[in-house]
Design a protein around this ligand. Structure first.
Ligand SMILES: *Cc1c(COP(=O)(O)O)cnc(C)c1O
Length: 367
């Protein structure tokens, strides 16, 4: 027999998540060395040395289970955001929180709304619990909030996923657009606002979504330590929301979903504002470097508010493979309905240079 048939049909229908190619895999497959990976929106500065030291110190106690309540991390977040402990839940990366939201609030046959070209985990988390995803057409590659609200209401959806900024498009919704959306939405529909790239927003784009929690008990905000804080491998994120919603997420999460190394590093990372500042500044310069470089090569890109940029290019799949041969890993995003685009993460100046010159060389070959 085919054992996949033991799985429910909605599990069999899942298209697996396609991660960025690891450096070691490219080395193994093509024998390429001196590789630059700009494929997973990782922090090119690494992590705060204070966070690394804290994680290392926590190694001494790996025989003990971590604090299942994540008290130290939550206490640091309480101090920062002025929320209460019961408004916080930690996740094994914010990916975990997206899945927990789906698991806690969606049953088989329920509906969740998200946008075309939005983060791939929303359909995955929805399908994994047997719920039905409704993907709403994008507006200039970004979320069309009015259309999403109308679809959710018309189809009786229970949950809406929103990424701001969105990955892989980098598009951004201004705070007042989100507020208008929340005010028009029935309070019976839960909104998961995924702010994985929040720390990269320029000053004039920042908005205080945490303060909205008082007005919207149906709002759940997720954030991560994987991007600006540089702790992608440790897997730690958090969600802020109404205590009743948080309570439901806590019931379905694993009791020890965040390791003690991750918790220790997260606390230290939160205290290292200087590291986040350097990350932000480097990203700003790198974004300018890559945007100008792409323009010079005659390529169109989608203006991005994250730590990555998606650009239009013919034969994207072939260009991706040629870039691999030249030691540069970017991300094809055909599975996001964008087969003529590639996404490149902002790296160090020298890494961005290497990417741009490899791309220039390839475009020269095809001309
Ligand atoms: C990277 C990313 C995440 C989550 O990453 P974690 O490492 O699981 O925290 C969530 N949402 C978006 C839009 C992302 O790009």
């Amino acid at each position: 027999m085919n054992y996949s048939e033991l799985a429910p049909s909605y599990i069999r229908a899942i298209a697996p998540y396609q991660p960025g190619k690891p450096i070691s895999e490219l080395e193994r497959e093509l024998g390429v060395t001196d590789i630059v990976k700009l494929a997973s929106n990782e922090n090119p500065l690494g992590a705060s040395p204070k966070a690394v030291a804290a994680a290392r110190a926590a190694l001494e106690e790996i025989s003990l289970y971590p604090d299942g309540n994540g008290y130290a991390v939550k206490a640091a977040l309480v101090a920062r955001y002025g929320v209460t402990l019961d408004q916080l839940v930690l996740g094994n990366g914010s990916n975990d929180l997206l899945e927990l939201a789906a698991c806690a609030f969606l049953a088989v046959g329920d509906k969740a709304v998200y946008s075309d070209h939005a983060f791939a985990v929303y359909p995955l988390a929805t399908q994994a619990v047997g719920a039905t995803g409704i993907s709403v057409a994008a507006k200039a590659y970004g979320h069309d909030l009015d259309a999403m609200r109308r679809a959710a209401v018309a189809q009786g959806a229970k949950l809406i996923f929103i990424a701001n900024p969105n990955n892989p498009t980098g598009t951004f919704l201004a705070g007042d657009e989100l507020l208008t959306f929340m005010r028009a939405l029935p309070a019976t529909i839960l909104v998961v606002l995924d702010e994985a790239y929040n720390e990269y927003l320029p000053e004039n784009c920042r908005y205080d979504s945490v303060s909205w929690l008082a007005e919207f008990p149906n709002l759940l905000i997720s954030r991560t330590f994987s991007k600006a804080y540089g702790l992608a491998s440790l897997r730690v994120g958090y969600a802020l929301g109404n205590p009743q919603v948080i309570d439901m997420l806590n019931r379905v999460r694993q009791p020890f979903n965040v390791s003690s190394m991750a918790q220790a590093a997260a606390v230290a990372a939160l205290e290292d504002a200087e590291f986040v500042r350097r990350t932000f500044d480097l990203n700003l310069r790198g974004m300018a470097q890559l945007s100008e470089g792409l323009s010079k090569l005659g390529l169109d890109y989608i203006p991005s508010f994250g730590n990555f940029i998606s650009f239009h290019i013919v034969n994207a799949a072939w260009i991706y493979r040629r870039l691999l041969e030249l030691g540069v890993i970017v991300r094809p995003i055909g599975n996001y309905g964008m087969k003529d685009y590639l996404r490149v993460s902002i790296g160090l100046e020298s890494q961005n240079c290497k990417f741009l010159s490899a791309l220039k060389q390839i475009l020269g070959e095809t001309a």
